[in-house]
Design a protein around this ligand. Structure first.
Ligand code: UDP
Ligand code: MG
Length: 330
């Protein structure tokens, strides 16, 4: 068993900062103990004034909550926010961010894919003046070919369409200064796409690299279907290009049909007699029908989003908040 770290002074300074680590957890019972042990060793080495770890249980169906509660005996700085059901990672993250009061907040996954050892470098870069230290994964070898291909296409679509550049392969593993945390808290949209939100709030961002590890235990809860929804959410939350695309497509098709009509007319005048044009007629009708359906679908997508946002529901519901103990020297 690893001993609780020797903590130094509390202070809102970068000399002995108060750091909060936020970890969203969904069915992570087997990962929590190894994660906290590693994290504990790392923070024990660092000149930090106070550490707390905020676990957010996102409606796990295994014994994540019990595990977290029992770990509080060994790691008293651990607090747990139990959500009332599974709200999804983005919402769980927001719950953690809302309850994080450190001078800086570090976000990481529970499955040890994000090495806690990187925190040291993150703090150094933060100390050097960065407001956000984002970690870029340099190795996606743990992903299948299809998944990495889709991920690549997603980033291409996203960066082409969004008004703010969203860096590739940079996920939730990051450190945020207090100021950034306050800014992120202001964005209360329901359909959350964190990558876009981080980019939108801005601030001085430095990117460091880390090697992504394989999942410690359990399986990823993001299958292709979920990833597809995630990608679509991302694109439609941060760009209106699909809407424009449908108007462009509509205009192009309309212009094309006009040209084609003219062509048929001229041909009829020059050659005389009407062409028996069933096939071309059918094609044109079907094509136009398709374009219209696509465009209406696009509109529907955005109207649906407005509908969900208009209800102004909370992003998550907390069932129970188990607070950690403040540990400071003395
Ligand atoms: N997660 C969550 N709610 C969910 C799905 C996932 O809080 O509905 C957490 C999960 O426990 C983990 C992190 O989000 O800490 C990343 O999830 P996962 O490892 O399944 O995704 P991947 O690493 O494959 O992207
Ligand atoms: Mg993972």
């Amino acid at each position: 068993m690893v001993e609780a770290p020797q903590l130094l002074l509390t202070g809102r300074s970068k000399m002995h900062p108060h750091i909060t680590v936020v970890v969203p957890c969904f069915n992570e019972e087997a990962n929590l103990a190894p994660l906290l042990e590693r994290l504990d060793v790392v923070v024990g080495r660092l000149p930090v004034g106070r550490v707390d770890v905020v676990l957010v249980d996102d409606g796990s169906r295994d014994r994540t909550v019990e595990m977290a509660l029992s770990l509080r005996e060994r790691f008293p700085y651990l607090s747990l926010i139990e959500l009332s059901r599974n709200f999804g990672k983005e919402a769980a993250l927001m719950a953690g961010i809302d309850h994080a009061d450190g001078d800086c907040v570090i976000i990481m996954d529970a499955d040890l894919q994000h090495p806690p050892e990187a925190i040291e470098e993150m703090l150094t870069v933060w100390g050097g003046g960065a407001d956000v230290v984002a970690c870029r994964r340099v190795d996606r070898e743990t992903d299948s070919f299809l998944r990495s291909l889709l991920s690549r296409s997603f980033y291409v679509l996203l960066t082409k369409g969004s008004s703010v550049p969203i860096p590739r392969n940079v996920g939730d593993f990051r450190l945020m200064d207090r100021r950034v945390v306050e800014a992120v808290r202001l964005l209360r949209e329901n359909q959350r796409f964190m990558k876009g939100i981080y980019a939108w709030v801005g601030f001085r961002t430095k990117i460091i690299e880390f090697e992504v590890a394989a999942r410690h235990a359990g399986v990823s809860s993001f299958n292709l279907r979920k990833l597809w929804h995630f990608a679509w959410d991302g694109i439609t939350s941060f760009s209106i290009v699909p809407l424009r695309f449908s108007s462009y497509l509509g205009s192009a098709v309309a212009l094309g049909s006009l040209g084609y009509g003219l062509f048929i007319f001229i041909e009829a005048v020059v050659r005389g007699g009407a062409a028996p044009g069933y096939p071309s007629l059918m094609t044109a009708i079907a094509f136009l029908g398709g374009v219209q359906l696509i465009s209406i679908g696009m509109l529907g997508e955005y109207i649906g989003r407005m509908y969900v946002e208009a209800k102004q529901r909370p992003i998550y519901i907390v069932r129970e908040h188990y607070r950690g103990r403040k540990i400071t020297e003395g």
